[in-house]
Design a protein around this ligand. Structure first.
Ligand SMILES: *Cc1c(COP(=O)(O)O)cnc(C)c1O
Length: 458
């Protein structure tokens, strides 16, 4: 079979999958055991034809695929993929560019530079901040906090890249009680440890309390790195960034903002006010695979102090010739060396949507979240546990046990998928609307499935 025929078959299978993704049950049909059996065949001695292998791959995978690319997947914070981004991603694989260094792909470098410039403008970040394209917000948080580590220790005369953390001057780390788990992962990877952080309490919506941050900062004896967030993973709430920035900078600290999905609120005139003060931070982390709806994996980091960013990440080796003509090598700004050219799909998404399309995408998801809340709140016994300011809705069904059982039944039902969480010590259903395809009918169908599961129990 020719390369063209093989790739056409793959394209046909992908197109079929996407054409039916709305009709598929959202859950995977295959059990873990069935999936292990489907893939766990012996490694054959002499290989098989690619055509046969492609067929086998599709057949093995299908029962274990989750329709998270479809319009009724509301678990975690998971975006789908707009068709143009799938197309751009296919080309990215075919082109197989190493986006790590300029000389290996001037096209990938230029696409990333252009997309980063649009995003810096769209998010309202200060002109001149540096950027990096990473796998997701966890690595974006890691990269930003590595830059912070460089700067905060550098200000005390310590070169952390040369000398490491053993024997380094002290640094204080401040997070909120609602900081995302990936902040802790980043702190762990950076050698800060997670039990010595200062945790600032959050308010009823999950926003860091600025007054209590001020108290914490006053009690510190070393320079601090403070981690705030734009978009609480449960409630969607935003930390009061303007107040937080003023406090952090009064104490000469570094303010990092985790804006995995919340940063995208800045693209919408109706929601931009939530991000007030965001431009005052020192570093920002976000995802493209969530709200921009590009395929996995895709995240971005931005840093105000470009020297600290580069110093914490730069690769130095004799055979790696630095880019000239003012071009930059992407591997000097991210943890990875060789890397997928993620900029193409982001470039394609943003060109396709334009400013108004980006605003509409954000606003549509938020209005669907409000519709969820409005319809569910009408049912006696169902309560909405958060102010629905963005795309996140938290739902309670009386007791913890009933809430957990409703979630389990809805998940098994396959109409939609959503997960659970603990909110103020009580079980809650978490609904996140992040997919470009979701329609009001999808919300209505999903609400009907949720209400039915609840009524079956009561
Ligand atoms: C999703 C999320 C992250 C982690 O992002 P990944 O893309 O999974 O690496 C970090 N912070 C917040 C608030 C998130 O919602």
């Amino acid at each position: 079979m020719s390369t063209a025929d093989l790739l056409s078959r793959a394209a046909t299978a992908a197109i079929d999958f996407l054409a039916n993704v709305e009709q598929r049950p959202v859950i995977a049909r295959g059990t873990a055991e069935e999936m292990r059996a489907a893939f766990g065949v012996p490694l054959n001695a002499n290989g098989r034809g690619p055509e046969e292998v492609l067929r086998a791959l599709i057949d093995a995978a299908d029962p274990g695929l989750v329709a998270s690319a479809g319009p009724r997947y509301f678990g975690f914070v998971i975006g789908g993929s707009m068709p143009v981004t799938v197309a751009a991603d296919w080309l990215t694989s075919a082109w197989d560019q190493n986006a790590g260094l300029f000389v290996a792909s001037p096209a990938a470098a230029a696409a990333e530079d252009a997309a980063a410039a649009w995003l810096i403008d769209l998010f309202g970040l200060p002109a001149g901040v540096s950027s990096g394209f990473v796998t997701g917000c966890q690595m974006a948080n890691f990269t930003a906090l590595a830059a912070a580590r460089h700067a905060v220790l550098g200000a005390q005369g310590w070169d952390v890249e040369q000398h490491g953390l053993i024997g380094a001057p002290p640094v204080e780390i401040v997070v909120s009680a609602e900081s995302h788990v990936t902040i802790y992962a980043a702190l762990r990877l950076l050698g800060f440890g997670i039990s010595r952080v200062h945790v600032v309490p959050a308010d009823d919506q999950g926003r860091m309390r600025a007054d209590l941050l001020a108290d914490t900062m006053r009690g510190l004896s070393a320079p601090a790195i403070v981690c705030a967030q734009a978009g609480n993973v449960n409630s969607g709430a935003f930390d009061p960034l303007e107040d937080i920035a003023a406090i952090v900078h009064e104490h000469h600290g570094w303010l990092h903002v985790d804006g995995a999905f919340g940063l995208w609120a800045a693209a919408s005139p109706a929601h931009r006010a939530l991000t007030r003060g965001i431009e005052l931070a020192d570093s920002w982390a976000t995802d493209a695979h969530k709200w921009l709806n590009v395929p996995y994996d895709s995240g971005l980091v931005f840093v105000r102090d470009t020297n600290a960013h580069r110093a914490s990440m730069a690769l130095i080796a004799s055979y790696l010739v630095a880019a000239d003509n003012g071009q930059r090598d992407a591997f000097d700004w991210v943890p990875e060396s060789s890397r997928r050219a993620r900029g193409f799909a982001i470039w394609a998404a943003m060109q396709t949507l334009g400013r108004s399309g980006l605003a509409a995408l954000v606003e549509r998801c938020c209005s669907h979240a409000r519709l969820f809340a409005e319809l569910l709140r009408r049912e006696p016994g169902i309560t909405i546990a958060n102010d629905v300011v963005l795309n996140q809705v938290l739902v309670r069904f009386g007791s913890d046990d009933v809430t957990r059982e409703v979630i389990a039944r809805v998940q098994r039902g396959g109409v939609c998928w959503l997960g659970g969480t603990t909110w103020h010590g009580a079980a809650a259903m978490r609904i996140s609307v992040s997919n470009w395809m979701t329609s009001a009918e999808d919300v209505e169908r999903s609400v009907a499935a949720i209400v039915e599961a609840f009524h079956d129990l009561s």
